[in-house]
Design a protein around this ligand. Structure first.
Ligand SMILES: [Zn+2]
Ligand SMILES: [Zn+2]
Length: 109
């Protein structure tokens, strides 16, 4: 266990996207999520990157376009560790925000 760190707003630049996240495509819906270590607190954080409700079947056009863009996705730390001095309104995370790079081989939908 790492020592408990204090909540702190810390944005990481777009020029430094995380490459150690594992991407998963939902099989029973329309969305993708990325799981990996937060660059700030090192807790594991799972981030739902895109989520489309009411998809009939298979990936929606919206999801396809998102994946095709292959732009690093904006995410905020959503770890479940208790970080000290977490402000009201925040129920998870350490305050870090960062970008997550798409896998080099793309995402199979
Ligand atoms: Zn954390
Ligand atoms: Zn964090």
């Amino acid at each position: 266990m790492s020592p408990i760190s204090t909540w702190r707003r810390k944005p990481f630049p777009l020029t430094d996207p995380r490459t150690d996240f594992v991407w998963e495509v939902w099989t029973d819906g329309d969305g993708v999520q990325a799981t990996g270590p937060c660059p700030e607190c090192r807790c594991t954080t799972r981030n739902v990157i895109t989520e489309t409700q009411f998809a009939a079947k298979g990936p929606s056009r919206q999801l396809r376009e998102f994946v095709a863009s292959a732009e690093p996705a904006y995410a905020a730390c959503e770890c479940t560790t208790w970080h000290l001095q977490r402000p009201d309104g925040y129920t998870s995370g350490c305050g870090a925000s960062f970008y997550i790079a798409f896998p080099a081989h793309g995402l199979p939908l």
